[in-house]
Design a binder for this molecule. Structure first.
Ligand SMILES: [Zn+2]
Length: 119
């Protein structure tokens, strides 16, 4: 077996430069932005829920990745994963690394809020 590093493009966006050219390094499991060289290290730290993210965005409006990470205290890879799935579901829109709730996302948030309060 060779020790060749294999890079696959990951389904994610670089939190620093917003590039879609983020590759997964299978050898180490890290994500690497091939545009700016930022390494998204996969660490086992705090996860974050969709509801938390929606709440912060509802309160603060548009937020970039660094602000969201600070607000939620989540690890980079976990936060990226949740953000990506929320964009995928149409709850968030992401423009140049800045995230905001879509109409659909706001509707979802209000529904969830109602459930939390037991309506
Ligand atoms: Zn980048």
């Amino acid at each position: 077996m060779s020790h060749r590093r294999s890079l696959r493009f990951a389904q994610t966006t670089c939190p620093i430069c917003g590039s879609k050219e983020v590759a997964r390094d299978d050898h180490k499991g890290d994500l690497l932005c091939t545009n700016c060289g930022h390494i998204i290290v996969r660490t086992e730290t705090r996860a974050v829920g969709k509801f938390d993210i929606a709440q912060h965005l509802k309160r603060n409006g548009k937020m970039n990745f660094a602000n969201l990470q600070k607000a939620t205290g989540a690890s980079e890879d976990k936060l990226l994963g949740v953000l990506y799935s929320m964009v995928e579901m149409g709850y968030l829109s992401e423009i140049q690394g800045v995230y905001s709730l879509t109409k659909k996302g706001q509707r979802w948030y209000r529904q969830r809020l109602g459930q939390e309060w037991g309506y």
